[in-house]
Write a protein that binds this ligand. Structure first.
Ligand SMILES: Nc1nc2c(ncn2[C@@H]2O[C@H](COP(=O)(O)OP(=O)(O)OP(=O)(O)O)[C@@H](O)[C@H]2O)c(=O)[nH]1
Ligand SMILES: [Mg+2]
Length: 351
């Protein structure tokens, strides 16, 4: 009797559990609502809610639950980049917003910063969700620098607010699109960012909620996210020849300029085709972990997806990082190289 027998026996049992917990995803403002529309096409086991002051934008959105905010003040016309007004509008609607987020174990708040709705209403929603005892993960995107100082200052102010009220704030940066995808149109670049946001959420929800190659349970997620502070995402996808290639590519694709070596936690998620092995998952994780703090909390999730035949995708959320956008405490840095790879690792990752 070999391992093949044992593994076949195990697989024939089928999925033995589903770990049910309630997830709500609230997109706030123009960018946040676009991400919700994207998520609704991804078929996610979560309640999706779009909140906007801009009625016309909301009307055009194909999502099941839409909420207009501040209509008595702005008459459905958006908040024109006024963060303070956004906060006022949200405070006026506090009871209704509380009911929106009530009863969830995990709430994601999505916003692109710089404007008044996402940046002003968003943090209030995060705060109300936190008061309802949910784990609150906000995913925010910084505006393009070329949009001017006012937008940028607005964004910084909103980021600070989000940080105070969320368990974890994952910060992405639109400016990175100029580096990674300089030749595509703005609309496509925005879409790419929306897909990434959708992907981050899908990875988290599915590795916790549905049996996958390597699961993370809700308490694992809590360990990383409860005190995650400022966080960011590293992303790698390709037909990698070795685990080292996958690691290098991922480390070279941060969605915010950040010194990730000081990260205090990591949620590593690996997607591959049906032939992805445990060893591949392990090697890639090991390579990423070697580049963050020794005492970092690390959780690894992996999923098999038919569409990733011959390909690997690595999404890593690094928590407790220092962001260049905010004055905050710097973590102790540890420098590490790729000491863990040997010659035998130059094997195709997908066998
Ligand atoms: N990634 C991404 N960024 C976007 C998108 N739409 C807008 N942005 C960026 O987000 C910033 C804020 O814009 P919005 O989200 O439209 O602002 P808002 O929250 O609706 O605020 P107001 O319009 O002032 O009420 C902009 O300056 C852009 O940099 C989007 O669909 N995706
Ligand atoms: Mg708007």
């Amino acid at each position: 009797m070999g391992w093949d027998y044992l593994i076949n026996e195990a697989l024939s049992e089928g999925p033995v559990y589903t770990n049910d917990f309630k997830v709500k995803v609230v997109g706030v403002g123009g960018g946040g609502c676009n991400s919700i529309a994207r998520l609704s096409r991804m078929g996610l086991n979560a309640e999706l809610i779009a909140v906007n002051a801009d009625e016309a934008q909301l009307r055009n959105l194909n999502v099941p639950k839409k909420v207009i905010i501040g209509k008595n003040i702005t008459h459905g016309r958006g908040l024109g980049g006024n963060v303070t007004l956004g906060e006022t509008v949200a405070r006026n609607a506090q009871d209704a917003l509380s009911r929106l987020v009530d009863g969830a174990d995990l709430v994601f708040v999505l916003a692109t910063l710089g404007g008044g709705t996402g940046g002003g209403v968003g943090p209030v929603i995060a705060e109300l969700a936190r008061e309802s005892r949910a784990l609150v993960v906000s995913i925010v995107t910084m505006p393009f620098k070329a949009e001017g100082t006012k937008r940028w200052n607005n964004a910084q102010k909103s980021l600070e607010r989000f940080r105070k009220v969320s368990n974890t704030v994952i910060v992405l940066d639109n400016n990175k699109l100029l580096e990674f995808a300089p030749h595509i149109t703005l609309q496509k670049a925005f879409m790419a960012m929306d897909v990434l946001v959708g992907d981050i959420i899908k990875n988290i929800v599915e590795t916790v909620n549905t049996p996958s190659f390597m699961n993370i349970d809700f308490s694992d997620l809590e360990v990383i996210m409860r005190k995650g502070g400022t966080s960011t995402v590293l992303y790698g996808e390709g037909e990698y020849y070795s685990a080292e290639d996958a690691v290098l590519d991922t480390l070279n694709n941060p969605l915010m300029d950040v010194d990730y070596r000081g990260a205090s936690g990591a949620l590593i998620h690996i997607t591959g085709g049906p032939n992805m092995t445990l060893r591949t998952v392990y090697k890639i994780s090991e390579g990423i972990i070697a580049n963050i703090r020794d005492d970092a909390e690390v959780k690894i999730g992996a999923r098999i997806d038919e569409r990733y035949r011959g390909k690997i995708k690595v999404t890593t959320i690094l928590t407790g990082v220092h962001t260049p956008f905010l004055p905050e405490q710097r973590n102790t840095l540890k420098t590490a190289g790729f000491g863990t790879f040997g010659v035998e690792d130059y094997l195709p990752v997908v066998e």
